[in-house]
Design a protein around this ligand. Structure first.
Ligand code: OOG
Ligand code: MG
Length: 256
């Protein structure tokens, strides 16, 4: 597997809004190579002027692992081009087959460059917010192996972040509700995220330390979905409520 060629394939698929065959259909490759492809694809984005703003974790909940048939935690990069303003109208024509999932997002208050313990993690976090991630696999039918999805920057495509707070007290087991046009489509709890979403920060610290890519203060960490993801269509009002923490919302349009 040629890293540069593979990175160009997933990057071009995203830019041209065109699904591709799984990379693994051609030649099998290792998880280590998958992260190299991911890094090369992010480099293509930063060379076009995008800026990395943090990282995301994936498959931190059983609901997501079951939905996608993958059973290991993964991580990828977030860039400024993925940020959607809270309350915005999101044009879905930029995506292949977008889905949305309810999450919480952290913003860091100090650089993270070493593995943190659960006790330490708290002191590295400035604030938490209810958030939604828009994922959009570049692979046909949203199907992939673990290596494929890692190479594809873990399906990262967009994110909407609600108001920041320091309500860390309720974070362990806060009710999570996602609504489409006022109808509940997913319900769960933040406890589904590794038992406690702060554990995503601990995991993130281990991952960036191992990859030797320190996270500067002010970085975002998306903790991973609390429930399965839901397919997006135009004409929706999408809302995520995290009890005691707040809510985030956006609408969808076809761009036409
Ligand atoms: C991979 C991304 C998983 C999460 O929050 O678990 C993820 C995918 O499902 O396409 O973002
Ligand atoms: Mg996610």
């Amino acid at each position: 597997m040629n890293v540069a060629t593979a990175a160009a394939r997933v990057d071009d698929a995203a830019r041209h809004v065109e699904a591709i065959e799984q990379l693994s259909a051609g030649e099998s490759f290792s998880l280590g190579q998958a992260y190299e492809i991911q890094r090369a694809s992010i480099k293509r984005r930063t060379q076009r002027g995008e800026r990395t703003v943090g990282i995301k974790l994936g498959f931190t909940s059983r609901a997501k692992m079951i939905q996608m048939g993958v059973d290991s935690l993964i991580w990828g990069w977030l860039t400024d081009a993925m940020l959607e303003a809270e309350g915005a109208s999101v044009d879905l024509s930029r995506f292949i087959h977008p889905r949305v999932e309810p999450e919480v997002c952290f913003v860091t208050r100090r650089d993270i460059d070493r593995p943190l313990t659960a006790l330490e993690a708290h002191a590295y976090i400035e604030a938490v917010a209810p958030a939604m991630e828009i994922i959009d696999s570049r692979y046909r039918a949203f199907r992939f192996t673990l290596e494929d999805v890692v190479a594809d920057n873990c399906s990262s495509a967009g994110l909407v972040i609600g108001a920041w707070s320091r309500r860390f007290d309720v974070l362990r087991n806060a009710g999570v509700l996602m609504r489409f046009n006022g109808r509940d489509v997913q319900t769960g709890s933040t406890a589904a995220i590794l038992g406690h979403p702060l554990r995503s920060v601990v995991q993130a610290s281990h991952l960036v330390a191992e990859a030797e890519t320190p996270l500067p203060a002010g970085s975002l960490i998306m903790a991973g979905a609390a429930t399965a993801a839901q397919a997006l269509t135009p004409g929706l009002h999408v809302q995520c409520v995290v009890s005691g923490i707040g809510q985030a919302e956006f609408t969808t349009s076809s761009g036409a």
